[in-house]
Design a protein around this ligand. Sequence first.
Ligand SMILES: [Zn+2]
Length: 372
Amino acid sequence: MSTHISGQATTAREQSRHDDGKFGQQQYARAHDVDLEGADHVDTREWPDGFDAHTAKPIEFDTQLHVEHQALAGAHTRLEAARTQIHALARGGRVSDGLEPGEELSDELAVAEAIRLSATLGTPGEERKAPKAARLMNERTDATLAIATARDRVDALDDVYRNRGSWNRAFLVANANGHVHSSTDCSTYRSTTQYAWVTNYSGADEDTIVQDAGYRACTTCHPSAPLGDQSNLPTKMLTDEEKTAAAQREQAQATQEAKHAQAAANAPTATGEPIEIRYPSGKKTYVETLKTERSAQQWATNHLIDDAEQQALDETPNLDPQKQQIEREAAQRVLDALAEKRGVDRTEIAEEVRGKALAKAKRDHKAVVSMR
Ligand SMILES: [Zn+2]
């Protein structure tokens, strides 16, 4: 059970904290900002049934905190999407005309333009943009409020975590050979670092974390961690991608094994191997492969009919004697193999093949007669 928070989302979150509770949209602040000082964003959402932050076990607590982190990251993503679309809507409109060459459209101007369009204060022909502008402004407000709500909940849990004296946590950087860190602010992180919060190690003692992290233990976070690699310090902590890849490998192997098992079960021999009949042809060899009991028995049946027809012909047989010899030997092998596979006497198989050959010959004979 590993869970993800985006390192970038955390960066955005931390930036938002520097904005005196305005939750980060300082560029918007001067232009019709959402009023977060009001009661709109008071968190009325209940914690899940049975969850008490003051008594929850570390794993349960951190799992809930992760849910709140995801809500926060999701709200940031929504706000950024609204911002991008508001810019797209405003660009090319008349606000862009006032810009110096090379000057970027500011968030303030873009929002002001969206408000103007949403109020259908635009020039004739701009009315069709009003619904979209209104929708984007609403989305921007909703996302900003959602950020505030999620931020409150994360802060509340963070406070409880500190008051309870904190516990060990494990964060796994989500790339090949990513390290296991004890917090989300290790000095080895870069701004783009993505990590998975391995919440099932929350509250574990450090020795357990270091041991299970193996070669992945960050030596900055865990100075006691030994240095090694995958071969001498294997890890028990895998990223979701690694788990998925491992599961896919296992699945592919199981499918392959099932396929082989099915082929062996169908095979004409007790060992599961097919029967090969090799015909030399000049310098090459033509190989006929009988993969199933059914195909082997059919082959033997057809051979018996062909052989009988050859012998019944008055004139010189038209089969080449070498081929005939090969097929006669092969027919013996097929009968032996089927008898062994089915655990019956060879004569029983020979009788069965003979019976089928006779029935088929009769059918074919009728067909021949009816053609006349
Ligand atoms: Zn670290």
